[in-house]
Design a protein around this ligand. Structure first.
Ligand code: FES
Length: 365
């Protein structure tokens, strides 16, 4: 299977969600329906030239599975976020490069289930897609959404959420937790952390133990705290999915710091670059990679190659490839499963050669 590639899509609509967040809807031409087929919970990677830099960022789809011909993402402006700031200036009719849906934080729609969704801030976007898709596609399932924000002004997709509440009165429960605004029900005030979740469970507002699937999306501390709380309440790992929602710090894949050997060289000990063969779309090209200063992705980018990537932070798996020969070590890995590492997969945005020769196949699935 070919590595994911960008397509140019036209923006059909832009809607202000909060003072610092917009919902951007892309029109999907009929001949690209298959390429942009998705599972609820997946994201799109957007790409733009901003100030002469090739920048890309991933934003979760908030559309329901049942919606045809359109995909909407939510983009919240972050402090000093060049791409998220740029995204706020987009308007209907603009055209932008978009990579087909990716991601493993997904729900397979069908059957009868009891879902618990835990979202913080812009982490609502994939949870909204899951909630809408489940409620429309699983008539006997129920969804409880616990949504944490600073205050009511920062609540994204308020209209969509109220609409779900009105439409699915017996199957959808929405609970807002706010830490900078006092709500009438005392227990709903404060941060969404392990203590809060335990308290909500002890008051019968959530029931993780009887939930079939729990989806958690937000900043890393919230995910860790919520996962710990769920485990303490007897929820097995296989029922918990989480999406690490941390924006990449820089525009281009960075040469992340890496522990060096005592001699100051990379752990492969090479004073020269390792020779790395890259197989992509059936073609092979060889580049030099100095493990002390570059990941495979950053070296390939410097060499003018256009490898698939999105977060450049070890979180999304867009840059996944298989080691065919040699070995490499990843700086970070937040996304590859143990079986994938066992099968020889690595993340090129994190991989540094351990051997003088390395062959990586981006076409391997
Ligand atoms: S680009 Fe996201 S994990 Fe490598």
């Amino acid at each position: 299977m070919a590595a994911p590639r960008f397509h140019t899509l036209e923006i059909a609509a832009v809607r202000n969600e909060t003072p610092d967040a917009v919902a951007i809807t892309f029109a999907i031409p009929e001949d690209q329906n298959d390429a942009f087929a998705f599972l609820p919970g997946q994201y799109l990677t957007l790409r733009a030239d901003i100030g002469g830099e090739d920048m890309r960022r991933s934003y979760s789809i908030c559309s329901p599975l049942q919606e045809q011909g359109r995909r909407t993402v939510g983009v919240k402006r972050i402090a000093d976020g060049r791409f998220s700031g740029f995204a706020q200036t987009l308007k209907a009719g603009d055209r932008i490069e978009v990579m087909p849906p990716q991601g493993r934080f997904t729900a397979q729609i069908g059957g009868e289930h009891n879902y618990l969704l835990l979202a913080a801030g812009s982490g609502i976007t994939p949870c909204l897609s899951i909630a809408k898709s489940v409620l429309a596609g699983e008539p006997d399932s129920s969804v409880t959404l616990l949504y944490a924000n600073r205050n009511s002004a920062s609540v994204m997709f308020r209209d969509d959420l109220n609409d779900l509440k009105d439409r699915y009165t017996t199957r959808f429960t929405l609970l807002h937790v706010m830490d900078e605004e006092v709500q009438d029900v005392e227990i709903m005030n404060g941060r969404l952390d392990a203590e809060k979740l335990e308290s909500l469970a002890s008051h019968g507002l959530i029931d993780p133990a009887s939930t079939d699937a729990i989806y958690i999306c937000g900043p890393e501390p919230m995910i860790r705290s919520a996962s710990t709380a769920m485990a303490a309440m007897g929820v097995s790992d296989d029922r918990i999915k989480f999406e690490l929602f941390t924006p990449a710090p820089g525009a281009a894949p960075a040469a992340a710091p890496r522990p060096k050997a005592a001699n100051g060289q990379g752990t492969n000990g090479a004073t020269h670059g390792a020779s790395v063969d890259i197989i992509l779309d059936g073609a092979r090209r060889t580049i030099e990679v100095n493990a002390a200063t570059d990941t495979v992705l950053s070296a390939a980018t410097k060499a003018g190659m256009d490898l698939p990537y999105s977060c450049a932070g070890g979180m999304c798996c867009t840059c996944r490839c298989r080691i065919v020969e040699g070995s490499a070590t990843m700086d970070e890995n937040f996304s590859l499963e143990p079986w994938e590492i066992e099968a020889g997969f690595t993340l090129s945005c994190q991989a540094r050669p351990d051997t003088d020769r390395l062959v990586l196949d981006f076409d391997a699935q």
